[in-house]
Design a protein around this ligand. Structure first.
Ligand code: 5GP
Length: 213
């Protein structure tokens, strides 16, 4: 089967739902299957992060120039910083038939869906709200105020979840990673994504049915 264009896969989720961990395991286990889009951001580099591996770190001015030049597929302001997906990287991978994953927040995800209506939108969530709260509290790294802010943001985001294609329920990590992989792979065989292939098959069958070959 010939997939002419690659699939754009967008992974979003509540803060504390474990989307970063899922992504890491997915890319470790299936490194040949996916390409990861590296975003640009104006937020400060955290300890252990590397330019070009985790993000392309930009100043506000640099980022705004890139916006002006139309260099982003989408961008959003999150927690007072810009985040954006470089357009040319994603576009060229899709043209080459490669599947590319974007780990981005919800406003950016919905912008991507407008540009790539065939994009597959996955939303990571714990099994229920109580577990989200427990995970945020359990990290022990955030103040009560920050936890409340995260839960309030999650509440607001819950109103947009219905615009995604699949929920990714992060219960058991390994199972969850495999479900994400299977969901993506199955999605590639959806009829509406394969109308070209069906046309090719029809034409080939027409020839065979006439006994010419
Ligand atoms: P962090 O600062 O923790 O790395 O990321 C904060 C949020 O920004 C996360 O929800 C992450 O998914 C999101 N994010 C990362 N890159 C992008 C991007 O290119 N565009 C958008 N819209 N969100 C992004």
């Amino acid at each position: 089967m010939n997939f002419n264009k690659g699939l754009v896969i967008v992974l979003s989720g509540f803060s504390g739902a474990g989307k970063g961990t899922i992504m890491k395991h997915l890319l470790d286990k299936h490194k040949d299957a996916y390409h990861l889009s590296i975003s640009a951001t104006t937020r400060d580099k955290r300890t252990g992060e590397k330019e070009g591996r985790d993000y392309f770190f930009k100043t506000k001015e640099q980022f705004e120039c890139l916006i002006e030049d139309g260099e982003f597929l989408e961008y959003a302001n999150f927690n007072g910083n810009y985040y954006g997906t470089p357009k040319s990287y994603v576009d060229s991978l899709v043209e080459e038939g490669k599947d590319v994953i974007l780990e981005i927040e919800i406003n950016g995800a919905l912008q991507v869906k407008k540009i790539y209506p065939d994009a597959l939108l996955l939303f990571v969530t714990p099994p229920d709200a109580k577990q989200l709260k427990e995970r945020l509290v359990g990290r022990g790294t955030e103040t009560k105020e920050v936890i409340e802010q995260r839960l309030d943001l999650a509440y607001q985001q819950s109103f947009l979840m219905d615009q995604y294609d699949y929920l990714v329920v992060n219960d058991d990590l390994d199972e969850c990673v495999e479900r994400v992989h299977e969901t993506i792979q199955n999605e590639k065989f959806r009829i509406h994504r394969n109308l070209n292939n069906i046309e090719i098959m029809k034409k080939e069958l027409e020839v065979f049915s006439k006994g010419d070959n």
